[in-house]
Each structure stands twice: as C-alpha cells, then as structure tokens.
Ligand binder design. Sequence first.
Ligand SMILES: Nc1ncnc2c1ncn2[C@@H]1O[C@H](COP(=O)(O)OP(=O)(O)OP(=O)(O)O)[C@@H](O)[C@H]1O
Ligand SMILES: [Mg+2]
Length: 297
Amino acid sequence: MPTLLQTEFSDLPLYARGKVRDLYSIGEYLLFVATDRISAFDHVLGTGIPGKGKVLTQISLFWFDHLKEIVPNHLITANIDEYPSELQPYADELRGRSMLVARAQMFPVECVVRGYLSGSGWKDYQQTGSVCGIALPKGMQESDRLPEPIFTPASKSLGGEHDINISFSDMEERVGHSAADSLRTLSLAIYNKASQHAEKSGLILADTKFEFGRTAKGIVLADEVMTPDSSRFWPREGYKPGGPQPSFDKQYVRDYLESIHWNKQAPAPGLPKDVVRHTQEKYLEAFRLLTGKTLEL
Ligand SMILES: Nc1ncnc2c1ncn2[C@@H]1O[C@H](COP(=O)(O)OP(=O)(O)OP(=O)(O)O)[C@@H](O)[C@H]1O
Ligand SMILES: [Mg+2]
C-alpha cells in the first residue's frame, strides 16, 4: 500500500498542518486527515509508515464510540458519503483516514493520565519521589502500577518545542479553575473506562494523553484518542515491573534512532524497510487487540 505523507487539496483552505495531521476548514467544520507521517523526538521522520493514518483514525473512532456515554466528542462523521460535495473528489485519499469534526477552541494543555510509572514519570519519581508534584509511595519500581491513576497535565508546545509538565495550579491559571477541574475529572473517568477495556483485550494502558476543546456543545474530547501515538500500551502477558515493558508505541522507532546516534536535529533521518514494516505491524496489532477486528489497509 502507498504511503501518504502529505495531502495537497489546493482548492480547500488549509487550517493547520500538525506533525501527523493535515486540517482543512470546511465551513463550520474541520476536515481532520491523519497522514502516514511519523514523528519521534519532536521531529517528523523522513519515512512514513504505510497505512498508519488509517490505523490511528480507526482506533480513535472506536474510542469515541466506546466512550460516548461519558464524554461528548468532536466527531461529526467519518462516513465519506456524508461529506460535503467539495470533498468528494478526494474520496479515495480520505477514506478510512479522515473525519469531519467540530471546530473546537482547544484548551492549551495536554491532559495526561498515568496509571503506571514509566517514561518521564519514572524519571521524575527517581529524582523527586513524586510525579509532577504528586507524592507516591517510596520504593516503587519502573513500570509499577500506581496506587491510583494520576492526572499530570502538560503545556501544549507551540512550534515543535517539548511539552512541559505543569502543576495542577498552573493549569488552573491557564484554563480557569472550573475548566481545569472538569478536564481532570473527565480525563480520569475516560482513563478508567478505557483501561478496563484494554485489560479485557490483553493490554495495559500505562498512560495516555487527551486534548479537549470547547464547542457549542460545551467541553468535547477532541484530537486523537488512545492511539499508540498518544498512549503507552503494554501486553498484559509477561508484564513485569522493574524495567521498561515491550510496548505498542514508538519505542521501537526511538530505539532504532538511538542506535544510529542521530543528534535529534533537523533533518530527521528515514527508517529502513524492516523498521517500517515492524512498526506498521505493531500499529495494526494494537488495532486488532483493542477492537477485536482486523484492519485491511
Ligand atoms: N476539533 C478540533 N478543533 C481544532 N483543532 C483541533 C481539533 N482536534 C484537534 N485539533 C488540533 O489539531 C492538531 C492535530 O494535528 P497533529 O496531531 O498532527 O499535531 P501535533 O503534531 O500533535 O501537534 P502540534 O502540531 O499542534 O504541535 C493539534 O494541534 C490539535 O490540538
Ligand atoms: Mg497530535
């Protein structure tokens, strides 16, 4: 299958190009297209992963549906037949990897929930005994399950900078007390429901990041939801705290990039064929486990 690195719908007004997604303004809505770009260490890599945008889109759609009783979301439709006529010429490119969404005023915070000690949380804990200011029991090991899931917001980086963890009171200053409170409650409720589903699917949802926005409907869950790009999923079988776990996220790609000693400055390198293939398999496997279905690319 071909790799779609960028869309060029020149007659449609481009709203934004993120590291992975191309967004177009379609009247009051946005066309949200997940390309096959892959980023690591805050850079878009020179090679894409064929079909990755479809996997991310289909996983997000699965979660929007699974969570619809507990949180409204930005989805209008992902059915191409329901798209406005100006999008019909692009139907083949859009199928499976796009959604029409409500344009939201995004909250400038990343809503991170952690159920396990990993990544920057583990680093923080080793240095301070807490994660983002939340004190944890002494003597915890890498990948240990936390006594209860914690909410650790981060500032949303603008222009390719690293996201920085912020305290809850910092978040309150940025978005207001009442919105901060709502986003925390929603994030924890979503994590709890999703991690139960993940467990049944043989996966551990170690941590994840949500983005919310405000629309006429109020606060909605926006962006992508619990994909391997935004979350750490570990296989339940063989889970063993005391070190890193094999995961369905981009760790495999990061390990490759470390092995070639890339200095993490632009231009980012491409990936060899076997790394591309293996990464594609991981994404597809995550989809299969979560949804119980096979995705034909
Ligand atoms: N409903 C929505 N309305 C407006 N913007 C949205 C909506 N849902 C998601 N977004 C924004 O669209 C962008 C998605 O693109 P992508 O995931 O490629 O970006 P990113 O690389 O993660 O982040 P960025 O480019 O913002 O640093 C994000 O900036 C996200 O905040
Ligand atoms: Mg994103």
